[in-house]
Write a protein that binds this ligand. Sequence first.
Ligand code: NAP
Ligand code: MG
Length: 499
Amino acid sequence: MTTAETAHSVRDALAGIEIRSQAFIDGEYVPALSGETFDCVTPITGETIARIAACGPADVDRAVRGARAAFEAGSWSRRSPKERKRALGRLASLIEEHGEELALLETVDMGKPIRDARRVDIPLAAECIAYYAEAIDKVYDELAPTDPSAVVMVVREPLGVVGAVVPWNFPLLMAAWKVGPALATGNSVILKPAEQSPLTALRLAELAAEAGIPAGVLQVVPGFGETAGQALGRHPGVDMIAFTGSTEVGKLFLRYAGESNMKRVALECGGKSPHIVTADCDLEAAATAVAWGIFYNQGEVCNAGSRLLVHRSVKEELLERVRKVAEGIRPGNPLDPKTRMGAIVDEAQLERVLGYIEAGKEEGAELLLGGSRALEETGGFYVEPTVLDRVRNDMRVAREEIFGPVLATIEFGDLDEAVAIANDSVYGLAAAIWTNDVNVAHVAARRLRAGVVWVNTFDRGDISAPFGGFKQSGFGRDKSIHALEKFTDLKSIWIQLRQ
Ligand code: NAP
Ligand code: MG
């Protein structure tokens, strides 16, 4: 793949697609009030493909005022659940209908293989919106079992204005996880996409309008975290922040909330998930899962199985099998439907990943596979699938989230030791164990401190299963019916009866 060929394919892919580059506020695309823009760079070639409105506090304020006005007007918040269901159902269908365009925008924007954007990101985003559409006229409020002199209704009410701040690894899907349940419950939403990946969020706003979601109810403010993100986090007119991103920034949102209006905060943050392989399991299946568990989406996955914990007696054999799988996963042009591993989101992230590989080697880890930048001639940002052996759990590569295709291998002697190492992390997003022993499976599943535990599989999910973390991986859950809870407040209405 030469530079000219890749550049050509990015241009070809975008031919006929209109890139939305302005904020979407009160039903229309508008420039930032300052007139400022920032470059949208494709990591496929490093070229600038659009100039995006750089929203700041004034734009966020405008979006909040519009969102509040829409909420108070009741054009969405007081519509019947059945009506909200219809509009959200149409939005899900529009996402499907425009699936190819959205998949191309996602791939060009952040570098994931088009194959995954088509098969995973876009269909799951549509499915998520459809799920909350379908759910919302099937959930009931409650009556409290008080004495019969009163009727005490326990009702759920929307919070008001919700700020959704999302990362760049699954841009549309993470937006859907927030926007779906927040809109279904009647809130107005202001979506702040990551600066690296604003394109699908900006297109989503227009599709939502087409689906009949009223002006002001879904606003999109692209911009930088420190300006647009912080302004949302500190705005007194925002009632809740639903955040997905790093633990570091998640903590900032807690601070913003504490220093402003004590808005609710739900955080889906980072991970350093342990992938445990015992001696008694299907090693071939485990090896495939271990490799894809860290190399899928270039390793830019919050629940990536970035720490391989393997029993001493099977380590060599497992690593040999992982190596064979990994050799079949070469970084390539994300727009080629055969490519299984794409580009790292930007140059800064590329440098970060390479820096961690060096840090691992310096601390005594052994490089088994990969370790270098790839396809540099394209101008894009690619890294080889990388496996480090002889890692200790106190090394940086075992403690810090790399967010790239780098596997850190740690060996253990018995289950107690495996669980102790697994839990020795500030994170607790996901964990997995491979075993043929049902007893070991159950005991480990309960002892692992993580929001999701997989047994004999990895990275499985379903819209019906909650997703989120323990410890510093955050709190609050995305997906499933439980996600509705965080976008509502409980109200008790006490009606005293005359007997
Ligand atoms: P990030 O740097 O934390 O950014 C996430 C979002 O926060 C972006 O929209 C970002 O805007 C914004 N932001 C950054 N600095 C901010 C600040 N000072 N104030 C307010 N907002 C700010 O994370 P990322 O690098 O985009 O994504 C990778 C992280 O997301 C990883 O840690 C990964 O584990 C996590 N993640 C978690 C889950 C989960 O469900 N638990 C899922 C996916 C990803 P800018 O883009 O402009 O900086
Ligand atoms: Mg981009």
